[in-house]
Design a protein around this ligand. Structure first.
Ligand code: DHE
Length: 499
């Protein structure tokens, strides 16, 4: 017994000694991290290190990055320099908010602006022979790169480094020449796909959701969660036009969930995360004549919209309400016009539409249950729910294929995509690119003949299937490919994919 007490005492003393010797994490940050991640933790050569920026990294992953570094990046391993208690203390400290709320003012945005190629200085024709309309860009999240793929030869044309953690669909100019990307830590980049060169970059926020590009090619709108702003940029060179504070009619500030271009309406739509409003920002009148002032108009709702889908004419929003269920909002009438009988966690943002029995239907996956919900777009009733292998993130199709492809990436069957017949609404096939490894997100070639699937692993690949026979045609190795985007399908706003 005495020996046990003595042993326990020594253990307590050892722990105490260890805790006592753990260095001050703020000082460790200043010594080892600030040079790359900024003294204010807002990022520099490395990404921002704030609780919001680290939200998506599990504690164990953060510990591993600090200890072992990040392969193929400048992030060094600190395992040999810092003792485990110091590393642990530093990781915990990074999860705490700074005493002063981080600011990112209009001046800071302007100061970050870089123009690599001034407008009009690069040739206005592609520097390669591939069909520029059938290019894909693939976001490789592993080492933060983008690959440009030729959709006819099904082979890479070019690969280049991007900002840290791109998210949301990159957006194309209407002619497909430029692609605009947003990184989670606020960088917006404009890249010339014909000349394979960056044109301009600017940091619009500390935490950014995504960007939208106006159909007339004049504007880029970025939505932030930190600070709570929308930032309007001139598309030509990404210079700042306006910073818009996002505040509801009662003065409450809100994070932005996402911004979209409603091309047929000549307006941007901003979805707000914290207040029961949707904003429409017209940039041209009904005849397409540019408007001088881009003023947001709020549509006041009964409930905050969590995730939503636009019909093809962008007349209606189908949204999941925070309080449960769903609602249809008519953007012309500026009010709710119907309820949707939605259960579970529908991922409406990933919805697609097609014609079935002469009626337009919309379908979306569910983040909580293995099912695809199919909704009639005329009277908004639920046509059916198609059971799948498990909860999934994306649903994709193309006008020229009879099938819709659904993943189950949030389930044990994350390695398999199921193929659903768009008329019978039954699962008619499946593909498993690599057993046990995550496969999701499909995009079709311009002609709908091939389906490109992401094998979302560090030693992953784009796996290409014949969209009719479901036979694998080819795989192209990539570093954790996430989304891929076909210029033609996006710029023509194909009903089978996101816009
Ligand atoms: Fe996304 C698009 C929101 C997590 C990969 N994601 C979008 C869009 C929104 C959104 C609003 C539409 C933007 C657009 O059109 O530009 N995503 C969210 C979230 O709220 C969520 C759940 C949590 C978060 O941290 O933001 C989330 N998203 C993820 C992921 O974990 C994914 C799988 C991997 C990653 O890289 O972060 C992921 N999101 C994607 C992709 C798209 C996307 C690939 C573009 C799909 C497309 O085909 O257009």
């Amino acid at each position: 017994m005495t020996a046990l007490i003595r042993w326990l005492g020594m253990l307590v003393l050892a722990c105490f000694a260890q805790a006592a010797t753990a260095a001050d994490p703020a000082a460790l940050y200043g010594q080892h991290c600030a040079a790359c991640h900024g003294a204010d933790r807002l990022g520099g050569m490395g990404p921002a290190l704030l609780p919001e920026s680290l939200e998506r990294l599990r504690d164990s992953e953060l510990d591993t990055v600090l200890r072992d570094g990040r392969a193929a990046t400048q992030m060094p391993a600190f395992g040999a320099t810092l003792a485990p208690p110091d590393l642990h203390g530093l990781a915990r400290w990074l999860r705490s908010a700074p005493a002063d709320a981080p600011q990112w003012s209009a001046d800071a945005i302007r100061a970050s602006h870089v123009v690599t190629h001034a407008p009009g200085t690069l040739p206005a024709r592609p520097a390669f022979s591939a069909d520029p309309q059938n290019l894909f860009v693939v976001v490789e999240a592993g080492s933060h790169h983008m690959t440009v793929l030729d959709g006819d030869r099904l082979a890479p044309v070019h690969r280049f480094a991007t900002r840290f953690a791109l998210h949301g669909g990159p957006k194309f100019s209407r002619d497909g020449r430029y692609v605009y990307m947003a990184s989670r830590d606020g960088w917006v980049s404009k890249y010339d796909l014909w000349n394979l060169a960056y044109v301009a970059e600017i940091r619009v926020g500390i935490n950014t959701r995504n960007v939208a590009v106006s159909d007339d090619g004049r504007w880029v709108l970025a939505g932030n969660t930190l600070p709570r702003t929308l930032v309007l940029l001139h598309a030509e060179d990404l210079s700042v036009a306006r910073v818009i504070d996002v505040r509801g009619r009662n003065g409450d500030a809100s994070r932005v969930s996402a911004v979209y271009d409603a091309a047929p309406r000549h307006s941007f739509i901003a979805a707000l995360k914290d207040i029961a409003e949707v904003w429409e920002i017209p940039y041209a009148d009904a005849a397409g004549r540019p408007l001088a002032s881009l003023a947001p108009r709020a549509i006041v709702l009964d409930d905050v919209l969590d995730d939503f889908f636009f019909d093809q004419p962008y007349r209606h929003i189908l949204g999941a309400s925070r309080g449960g269920g769903g609602q249809v909002i008519d953007l012309d009438q500026r009010r709710k016009v119907a309820s949707l009988a939605l259960g579970g966690m529908p991922h409406l943002g990933s919805g697609i539409t097609w014609q079935r029995d002469g009626r337009e239907v919309m379908a979306s996956p569910d983040l909580g249950q293995g099912r695809i919900t199919v909704i009639d777009m005329q009277d908004w009733h639920t046509v059916t729910t198609v059971p799948t292998n498990g909860p999934g993130f994306f649903l994709r199709s193309h006008e020229r294929t009879p099938y819709a492809w659904a993943d189950a990436m949030m389930s044990p069957r994350r390695d398999t995509l199921q193929v659903i017949d768009k008329q019978s609404l039954r699962v008619v096939g499946s593909v498993t690119p690599s057993p046990g490894r995550t496969a999701a997100h499909v995009e079709f070639t311009r002609d709908g003949r091939y389906a490109l699937v992401s094998l979302m692993e560090r030693d992953g690949a784009i796996v290409i299937y014949d969209a009719a026979t479901l036979q694998e045609v080819k795989r192209i190795p990539m570093d954790k490919p996430i989304g891929k985007y076909n210029v033609f399908n996006k710029t023509t706003r194909s009903a089978g994919t996101s816009h």
